[in-house]
Write a protein that binds this ligand. Structure first.
Ligand SMILES: Cc1cc2nc3c(=O)[nH]c(=O)nc-3n(C[C@H](O)[C@H](O)[C@H](O)COP(=O)(O)OP(=O)(O)OC[C@H]3O[C@@H](n4cnc5c(N)ncnc54)[C@H](O)[C@@H]3O)c2cc1C
Length: 297
């Protein structure tokens, strides 16, 4: 299947924050053959390639953005095989994370349920090492299949990659890489027990986070544990940012580290609020907050 090429795709239609102007192009990839084609096409498209998942961790400016969005749409049913240690599940990067969690629950495959409520795709979850309530995506990865324009497709074991806090480096050298397929190591458990853990995680999130708002999740990373600083949400809260609005953008009243689009927000207002939050926390606590949300300019 060949590459589907979309011209001037708007980031506001591809991100959960619903912000952002047009990129140069979007390449939608449904097959490995499309990757070969993309390697030939990329130099002619201009700009820089950017891997795109569900856009749930992106804050895009008005642009025009000098980017070619590369979106894996390989979302065929995952393949599961059993071995002595449990189960290995192989899934395409384009598969939705919530859908995967639902499938694992029905199949009685445990491990991922702490990630309940994270609205990304499998590729984005690996690229961000998404995590919550003590579960990190990278800890469940056995192998990742990556694509680069010069090396093509290569498998890397988790041990060959570096996973950190909201950080993933496949150690393939500088330049563009795309997560194409992921093999997760999971364990058997009763579907009802997995469902109970998913329900508990979601209930906790719903009580403390604006889960249905237009947001990109937490916008700042928590400061490193060794600094002894509190979480970014608490720091922002105590610096007076909870509920703070700027035009159509706001720090959520429910969770100060969630930047939400109230409907008419703009990227400029979003960036202004980020600056305000960063400088208020610096002034009050002497802590430098680092953005978790990926800002596209
Ligand atoms: C309501 C809400 C709740 C959230 N809760 C959490 C949470 O609890 N924990 C958490 O960690 N995050 C959370 N997030 C943030 C976000 O969902 C995660 O970071 C998620 O893993 C991003 O996946 P995505 O597919 O949307 O990636 P995108 O937002 O599309 O991309 C994010 C980054 O990953 C890169 N990327 C995406 N796909 C690939 C790929 N195939 N190959 C290489 N790089 C790729 C992009 O280039 C970009 O740099 C939340 C977001 C929302 C909106």
């Amino acid at each position: 299947m060949s590459v589907e090429l979309i011209h001037a795709p708007r980031l506001s239609e591809r991100t959960t924050l619903r912000l952002g102007g047009p990129a140069l192009a979007e390449a939608v990839l449904r097959s490995e053959a499309a990757l070969d084609q993309l390697a030939v096409m990329l130099p002619g498209l201009g700009g820089h390639p950017l891997a795109l998942g569900a856009g749930s961790n992106l804050l895009a400016t008005e642009g025009p953005l000098p980017l070619v969005l590369v979106r894996p749409a390989n979302d065929a049913a995952p393949v599961v095989r059993q071995d002595a240690e449990g189960a290995l599940l192989t899934v395409g990067a384009g598969f939705g994370l919530p859908r995967l969690l639902g499938l694992c629950q029905r199949l009685g495959l445990a491990g991922l349920e702490g990630l309940t409520g994270i609205p990304g795709r499998v590729g984005g979850a690996v690229a961000m090492n998404a995590g919550s309530y003590g579960v990190e995506t990278g800890a469940l990865v056995a192998r990742v299949r990556l694509w680069t324009p010069t090396q093509g497709l290569v498998w890397r074991t988790a041990a060959e990659c570096a996973f950190g806090y909201r950080h993933f480096d496949p150690r393939l050298g500088a330049g563009f890489h795309l997560v194409w397929e992921v093999e997760f190591r999971l364990k058997a458990d009763a579907p009802e027990a997995i469902r109970a853990r998913m329900d508990a995680a979601y209930a906790k999130k719903k009580a403390t986070q604006p889960v249905t708002a237009k947001s990109a999740g937490c916008v700042f990373k928590n400061p490193p544990a060794e600094t002894g600083a509190q979480s970014a949400g608490l720091l922002l809260d105590q610096a007076g940012l909870r509920g703070k609005t700027m035009g159509g953008m706001a720090f959520s009243c429910l969770h100060a580290n969630f930047l939400v689009n109230l409907g008419s927000g703009t990227p400029a207002q979003a960036l202004e609020l980020l600056d305000l939050g960063r400088s208020a926390v610096r002034a009050r606590f002497g802590v430098e907050l680092e953005t978790e949300v990926v800002v596209l300019k």
